[in-house]
Write a protein that binds this ligand. Structure first.
Ligand SMILES: CC(C)(COP(=O)(O)OP(=O)(O)OC[C@H]1O[C@@H](n2cnc3c(N)ncnc32)[C@H](O)[C@@H]1OP(=O)(O)O)[C@@H](O)C(=O)NCCC(=O)NCCS
Length: 160
């Protein structure tokens, strides 16, 4: 099932008129299935922790599901990503990533804002994000965009 969200560009930001010095505007839009390989390349360049689901087939599956897979694009280059999902009960965000050459320009913040906007349309009341606490920049980023650490929770997982 395709995502319920539009595939046209959803956000265009000209970052040249804020405190950021980079002149290139970026666009946030939904990722297309044929861009799965480019998305995987972004994650590798961004240094996200690899997982068993980092395959073209799994990424394509996510893009073609009801999940919202957002990308940030500069000059037709994929430079950022976020996966936002809603299971009918709660919202989750995964794989926030911005290419090292494009960081600290508000792209990560804009991706989260767009993800929240998409989830809000579905009536989401609670959004969680899995964050690797060993990465201080990741903790600083999520704190900066308004998320709190929930004490006493650990993540259990199994790769069946
Ligand atoms: C985390 C990440 C997505 C941030 O993307 P970004 O586009 O640079 O983030 P933004 O420019 O929107 O930053 C928003 C705010 O987050 C905080 N922040 C972002 N990067 C930070 C860093 N390296 N150190 C401290 N704070 C940081 C700042 O408060 C920043 O606001 P400011 O620039 O006005 O000070 C990016 O660094 C990244 O892809 N890292 C590697 C992948 C990763 O660790 N993902 C998170 C896994 S949970």
């Amino acid at each position: 099932m395709r995502s319920a969200f539009p595939t046209a560009p959803v956000t265009t930001m000209d970052v040249s008129d804020n405190t950021n010095t980079h002149p290139d505007p970026f666009v946030i839009r939904e990722c297309h299935p044929e861009e799965a390989e480019a998305l995987l390349a972004l994650w590798q360049a961004a240094g996200t922790s690899p997982s068993v689901t980092d395959t073209i087939t799994d990424i394509r599956g996510s893009i073609e599901s009801s999940a919202t897979v957002l990308i940030a694009e500069v000059d037709q280059r994929i430079v950022g990503s976020l996966i936002a999902t809603f299971d009918g009960w709660r919202g989750n965000m995964y794989r926030i990533a911005v290419h090292p050459d494009y960081r600290r320009r508000g792209i990560g913040r804009a991706l989260v804002a767009e993800g929240e906007r998409c989830l809000a349309k579905l009536g989401v009341k609670r959004i969680t994000a899995l964050v690797e606490e060993k990465y201080p920049w990741a903790v600083a980023f999520w704190s900066s965009v308004g998320y709190e650490i929930e004490p006493g929770i650990v993540r259990f997982f199994r790769n069946p």
